[in-house]
Write a protein that binds this ligand. Structure first.
Ligand code: ATP
Length: 204
């Protein structure tokens, strides 16, 4: 089994930026957000099951999933939320395993924003947390998405706290606005992960 390094962090912390740094060193990425979208693409079994359960109102005119509508439904109704999770969780797991099986590398980075919230820590061999202050998360997300401070604060409230993520971290990347050494941190971690993966694969 390929050694799994989970990369997590709060909204706007820089997960994508850091993951791309590993990718530029040749490390394969498996992205939980991409997979979550893949399993409800038009014509997928996932989207068909959602349509059967909720009716056509769950679709946009172009046949894609109406995410806002789904969010609205599950926000209001715990039972529906549980139903949707029971449907999508195995599909996401299946697709994740499929992607992992295709990997030919000593280790890969599993980009998983909601690692702590969805209690997935046991699925990783190693956990890397991208750490920034809440204020940095807020300003970056406001700038990137053109949204209000209140909007970001609501998302922050729904996510795990910085301390909860740091509590499960094996490694931490400091991705503050003024830190210039992210590339160096990535290179050092890459060497470390290659060694850990080799030990793990040879059973040492
Ligand atoms: P999300 O969870 O919302 O998808 P993310 O954790 O993947 O976000 P990125 O999209 O990588 O975060 O970064 C958020 C924003 O912050 C981007 O606009 C990115 O260019 C910027 N950013 C990333 N790292 C830094 C840094 N060290 N200094 C300043 N800005 C940064």
């Amino acid at each position: 089994m390929t050694y799994t390094v989970a990369l997590t962090g709060g909204i706007g912390s820089g997960k994508t930026t850091i993951a791309n740094g590993f990718a530029s060193l040749g490390v394969p990425l498996v992205d939980a957000d991409v997979i979550a979208r893949l399993v409800v693409e038009p014509d997928s079994p996932g989207l068909k099951a959602l349509q059967q359960h909720f009716g056509d109102t769950i679709l946009l005119p172009d046949g894609k999933l109406n995410r806002a509508q789904l969010r609205h439904i599950i926000f209001q109704n715990q039972q529906e939320k549980a139903w949707v999770n029971q449907l999508l969780h195995p599909l996401i797991q299946q697709e994740t395993q499929k992607q992992i099986q295709q990997i030919r590398a000593p280790y890969f980075i599993w980009v998983v924003p909601l690692l702590v919230e969805n209690k997935l820590t046991h699925l990783a061999d190693r956990i890397l947390v991208v750490d920034v202050t809440e204020e940095e998360q807020i300003t970056r997300t406001m700038q990137r998405d053109g949204v209000s401070r209140d909007h970001v604060l609501k998302i922050l409230q729904a996510q795990a706290k910085r301390e909860q993520r740091l509590a499960v971290a094996d490694d931490i990347i400091e991705n503050h606005d003024n830190s210039l050494n992210q590339d160096e941190q990535i290179k050092q971690l890459h060497q470390h992960y290659l060694e850990l993966a080799q030990k793990s694969n040879t059973g040492q």
